[in-house]
Design a binder for this molecule. Structure first.
Ligand code: ZN
Length: 231
């Protein structure tokens, strides 16, 4: 399970724990500006272990891989002091070229060593940040490349691929009820700027970067739907 400590990967972690007998997590240190997420992932893991004993039994080792060399090549607004904007190529300046591809190569090499064949990631192309390596087509090609290149029948699971951010909150609620929602709100980290000073109703963050905007809008939409469905 590619686990960054954000809202999406925290929801994906619950999805995996609800399905599989053994789940190991992997995080990547690629020199991201929001290095606070490396701390958030530990807090979320500890929270899951404390609040969900039946999942804790399935939760195996956590791995952190050093991809700083890769991060230094990409030089995006996620890894350098650069404005968060849309570039002349029509891509967000937060795009780290090939990031998810590199993540899956490393995750697959680790999974090969650990005897695991399913790789789970929180990529999503519905409330799309515009990252071409979040597309399912990209990951379908990656899955074939990993199967051929490592002679392993890897499956790349992306349970959030076709969900809106509001639907992702709803999925978290279905999987773990209010305790999981509270854990994600309090402990998961999404903000690109690594801001954790202010607690909004949707969690911590600067409130204005694209990641915060997506998270806040999804939360508001989900809350509105929930209120309508309450008796
Ligand atoms: Zn933010």
């Amino acid at each position: 399970m590619l686990f960054s400590g954000g809202q999406d990967s925290s929801t994906c972690l619950a999805w995996a724990l609800a399905r599989f007998a053994r789940v190991e997590t992997v995080g990547f240190d690629y020199g991201q500006r929001h290095g606070v997420e490396m701390q958030a992932r530990q807090t979320v893991l500890a929270g899951v272990r404390a609040a969900f004993p039946h999942w804790a039994a399935r939760l195996g080792e956590d791995h952190v891989l050093d991809l700083r060399g890769f991060g230094a090549v990409g030089r995006s607004a996620l890894t350098t002091e650069r404005a968060i904007e849309v570039t002349e190529r029509g891509l967000p300046s937060t795009f780290v070229p090939g990031r998810n591809l590199a993540f899956f190569v490393y995750a697959a090499a680790l999974a090969d060593r650990r005897g695991l064949l399913r790789l789970v990631g929180g990529m999503c192309e519905t409330d799309f940040s515009g990252y071409p390596d979040c597309r399912r087509d990209t990951l379908d090609a990656m899955q074939v490349a990993l199967q051929l290149g490592m002679a392993r029948e890897f499956t790349l699971d992306t349970p959030l691929m076709w969900l809106t951010k509001a639907e992702t909150w709803a999925l978290a609620h279905t999987l773990g009820g209010d305790p999981l929602i509270d854990l994600i709100l309090e402990d998961s980290h999404t903000c690109y700027l690594g801001e954790r000073g202010v607690r909004h109703d949707w969690g911590y963050g600067c409130g204005t970067c694209p990641a915060c905007e997506l998270r806040a809008r999804g939360w508001a939409e989900w809350r509105a739907t929930e209120r309508r469905s309450e008796p």
